[in-house]
Design a protein around this ligand. Structure first.
Ligand code: C2E
Ligand code: CA
Ligand code: CA
Length: 587
């Protein structure tokens, strides 16, 4: 086998020295040659690129076959050619650096990209300086890291993008928002955060299935995206919650308000257009909240919270609306949140009290009372139920509060029955829809009734019509079961609901309570007078008792009596008062 210059180089490197020496060790040489060929064959099969470079000249001394196939060049053209002709300059730069810094023992890693006819191939190179026979070389090992890069990018996508809409997720959005705040700080321009929530999305999901809901989200994402300009960000940060970040709007606050509002209105308009969701026709509306920022005047968390508050405000105003954040909204939200937490604690702190309002018969005898709850707040004094009952209904605290009211009213009534055995008083207790719908409601009532040893016929539960709008069958069954215990039922605020007549026939009630709004104007408004008259007649037809509430003067009382009403409640007889007052004035 003839020796060429390259092989001579190689022999030097593997330690076989000069040609003269080689000749005298010929048999040994042949063995080494074989070994060398085997070794080379082995290196050629390696999937890694292996390149040997002479340090001083930066020329390629040796390579394995993988180098040829990756660089798409013959071995001849590669050998002895300058390294920079083949590998990116940063690799050569890095070699210079490690040579200068004398990193001969350490090895250095560099990620780069090699281009060939297949495209750009991401590579990882290990560079190591070595020394053979007083000469410096660099060994370069290169690995195709396409697979790893693909996996990394997949992980990145999974971590930062929403898989349904492919929009940035909350995490990535937080990063972008931080960048936007920094930019706004630097250039003093306003930006806007726009929170978009789809109205009634849950209902669509529940009735038509998640695949339809998902389809709507995809289409909404696509529509909003089509409105964005370069530099704006749209992200999906929750189930049906999208957020848009508008950057560098203007130096002027008012102009920024106007611009962001116009943008939000165009979002609303495009979301309002009809959809076809896998064959199903649908329309949709959003509630949108906007908050502006300038520099770091507000933190990321504050901005998101304020955009959220503005969005909820839009919902409260009736949905399909755009609202700009206003500090007054925050005050009202904070006030509500404070009240909610105080309300939670109020029950265990025994801050609730019951007042009682007398109910009279036609002879002006008190036949019963309505229990009306008040919150005796340590700083604010007595708070009326209209302020806190709706809140308690929202948080479901009404269930526990309602149970307490029932126990306390029954306890009081029992005490009165003991003290005044010849007065058969009864008590009317208000029951919220939320409380009545509770699965345990029947058990709660029957437990209280049996524990208090009261004749249950002296307990009237007052329901409102709003309760009866859903699941009428279930409600009827529940009322019937409780009536078997002896409990009576009254329909409160009668006449204010939508469907009074149609339900009235079906509901197993004992009493109608004419709403005070009709009683108030009996003597000035013919219409109201007629309504009251009709309600009384209707109640008689259905064999129901009827009680008028809100009776404030004698004239009203006369009209009611003339038309056949036998039971009355109102300021004319007495306001709601503590139980001792009831005893003092009426017993
Ligand atoms: P409601 O059941 O319709 O109670 C009647 C309300 O009208 C009471 O207000 C009472 O003070 C007031 N009122 C009575 N007579 C007159 C009158 O002649 N003129 C005028 N202008 N008003 C009169 P209150 O006590 O503030 O209760 C308001 C509402 O709070 C109640 O309306 C009821 O819906 C709710 N509520 C009160 N206590 C409870 C309770 O324990 N549980 C539940 N779920 N709701 C309650
Ligand atoms: Ca009532
Ligand atoms: Ca009422």
């Amino acid at each position: 086998m003839p020796f060429d210059a390259n092989e001579e180089q190689r022999l030097k490197i593997i330690g076989l020295g000069e040609t003269s020496v080689r000749k005298s060790y010929y048999p040994q040489l042949q063995d080494r040659m074989l070994e060398l060929e085997r070794f080379h064959a082995l290196l050629d099969r390696s999937r890694e690129l292996i390149i040997l470079v002479e340090s001083a000249s930066k020329r390629i001394i040796d390579i394995n076959a993988t180098v040829c196939s990756l660089l798409e060049a013959s071995k001849e053209s590669l050998l002895e050619s300058p390294l920079q002709q083949w590998l990116p300059f940063e690799v050569v730069d890095k070699i210079r650096l490690i040579e200068q810094e004398g990193e001969t023992k350490g090895c250095c890693l560099i990620d780069t990209v090699i281009k060939n006819s297949q495209g750009a191939i991401p590579m990882e190179f290990v560079l190591q300086c070595v020394r053979f026979s007083d000469l410096d070389y660099v060994v370069i090992l290169g690995k195709d890291i396409s697979e790893r890069k693909r996996a990394e990018s997949k992980i990145h996508t999974l971590a930062f993008y929403d898989s349904l809409t492919h929009l940035p997720n909350r995490q990535l959005f937080n990063d972008r928002l931080a960048q936007a705040l920094a930019q706004s700080q630097r250039y003093h321009k306003y930006g806007a955060l726009i929170m978009i929530d789809l109205d009634n999305f849950k209902a669509l999901n529940d009735t038509k299935g998640h695949h339809i809901g998902d389809e709507l989200l995809k289409q909404v994402a696509f529509r909003i995206q089509s409105l964005l300009k370069e530099g704006d960000t749209l992200a999906r940060i929750g189930g049906d919650e999208f957020v848009v970040l508008l950057e560098g709007i203007s130096f002027d606050g008012e102009e920024s308000v106007l611009h962001s509002e116009q943008f939000a209105l165009s979002v609303k308009h495009c979301i309002n257009q009809p959809y076809t969701l896998l064959g199903y026709e649908h329309t949709c509306s959003p509630s949108i909240g906007i908050v502006l920022f300038n520099g770091h005047d507000k933190s990321k968390e504050t901005l998101l919270k304020q955009a959220d508050i503005a969005m909820y405000h839009a919902k409260k105003l009736g949905r399909n609306r755009v609202c700009q954040y206003d500090p007054a909204m925050q005050e009202s939200v904070e006030h509500k949140t404070l009240m909610e937490s105080e309300l939670k604690a109020a029950l265990s702190k025994q801050e609730f009290v019951l007042f009682y309002q007398p109910q009279m018969d036609e002879n002006m005898n008190m036949v019963g009372v309505e229990a009306l709850v008040r919150w005796n707040h340590p700083h604010k004094g007595l708070i009326p139920p209209n302020v806190f009952i709706p809140l308690a209904e929202e948080t479901s605290d009404i269930v526990a509060l309602g149970t307490w009211v029932m126990e306390e009213a029954c306890r009081q009534l029992y005490a009165w029955h003991q003290t005044y055995p010849n007065r058969f008083l009864h008590v009317a207790i208000n029951v919220s829809a939320r409380q009545f719908q509770e699965a345990s409601f029947y058990d709660t009532v029957s437990l209280i009734v049996s524990k208090m040893k009261l004749p249950s016929s002296c307990i009237t539960l007052e329901l409102t019509e709003s309760l009866i709008l859903e699941n009428v069958h279930e409600i009827i069954a529940k009322i019937e079961a409780l009536r078997l215990l002896g409990v009576r039922f009254s329909l409160d605020d009668f006449g204010t609901g939508y469907s009074s007549l149609s339900y009235l026939k079906r509901l197993p009630l004992d009493e109608l309570k004419i709403d005070q709004s009709f009683v108030r104007d009996i003597n000035h408004d013919n219409n109201d007078a007629m309504i009251v008259k009709t309600i009384i007649e209707m109640a008689q037809n259905f064999d129901l008792h009827v009680i008028a509430e809100g009776v404030e003067d004698e004239e009203q009382l006369m009209y009611l009596k003339e038309n056949g009403c036998r039971l009355f409640q109102g300021y004319f007889f007495g306001k709601p008062m503590p139980p001792e007052e009831i005893e003092r004035l009426y017993m």
